[in-house]
Design a protein around this ligand. Structure first.
Ligand code: ADP
Ligand code: MG
Length: 248
């Protein structure tokens, strides 16, 4: 699916991403996790072709992601960001069908696809003609997901898709999302800073720090065979929060 070789992306004197090699598996969920500022979002945007790295190469199904190919390849990629990233002046329907309309789909085809996806994501039909401000956070996020799925992309890239939601809604949407991924057999690359969420979704966890990958593996690998002290510190710090809340 994605094959990243030696990716470096600099901002001024900072290496936001520093010499990263990564291969993601088709049909699986890969989760990028790590402290704030470690380069997760930058790496995801490099995969999408939204940012061009100074060094290295990204391949998507054998095609090199470049300034020239990015527009075409991005149609095979769904991108979901925190809070849905919806345009406030468009209804849920307007937001979800933006790209199909741009691509010249007829109205019936776009409506039919939208209805299918509203059902899949359990988005209420009477919400489709509301504006983002008239929807709940969870509903906005479902619209963001619908929009990303309209063209039936090969891969979904999600940047903290549940980060803005309160815990009850978040937990319901986590369950729904995982069921949707399983049902569609989608390849997913997700960013989160929450280890519980990461363990819930990930087939493979990619733990980052300071622009580099520290360890790649299952949750069990990180707990049982940490490659360095930081891995254990990161896992324990997040467990500490859970224990303090009486959940672990
Ligand atoms: P994360 O998503 O893990 O929190 P980011 O990828 O957003 O981290 O950022 C990685 C580093 O790159 C941080 O030091 C951040 O300040 C810096 N950075 C990200 N985007 C920009 C930008 N557009 N301009 C300058 N610095 C940036
Ligand atoms: Mg980020």
């Amino acid at each position: 699916m994605f094959e990243l070789s030696h990716i470096t992306k600099r901002y001024g004197s900072i290496d936001a991403v520093a010499s990263v090699d990564l291969v993601t598996a088709r049909g699986k969920t890969t989760v990028l996790i790590g402290p704030s500022g470690c380069g997760k979002s930058t790496l995801l945007r490099v995969m999408l072709g939204l940012i061009t790295p100074e060094v290295g190469r990204v391949q998507f199904d054998g095609d090199t992601v470049s300034a020239d190919s990015a527009m075409m390849l991005r149609r095979k990629m769904g991108y979901v960001i925190q809070d849905g990233g919806l345009f406030p002046h468009l209804t849920a329907r307007g937001n979800a069908t933006l790209l199909p309309r741009y691509l010249g789909w007829d109205v019936d085809r776009a409506s039919k696809r939208l209805e299918e996806l509203a059902e899949l994501t359990q988005f209420p039909a009477d919400g489709l003609d509301r504006y983002p401000a008239e929807l709940s956070g969870g509903q906005r996020q479902r619209v963001g997901l619908i929009r990303s799925l309209m063209l039936d992309p090969d891969v979904l890239l999600m940047d903290e898709p549940l980060g803005a939601l309160d815990p009850m809604i978040r937990s319901k949407l986590q369950e729904d999302l995982r069921a949707i991924f399983q049902r569609l057999g989608k390849t997913v690359v997700m960013v989160t800073h929450d280890l519980g969420e990461c363990a819930y979704f990930a087939d493979t966890i990619v733990l980052m720090r300071g622009g580099s990958i520290v360890q790649e593996g299952s949750f069990k690998d990180l707990v049982d065979s940490p490659t360095e002290d930081f891995v254990t510190e990161f896992v324990n710090a997040q467990r500490g929060v859970l224990t303090a809340m009486g959940e672990a």
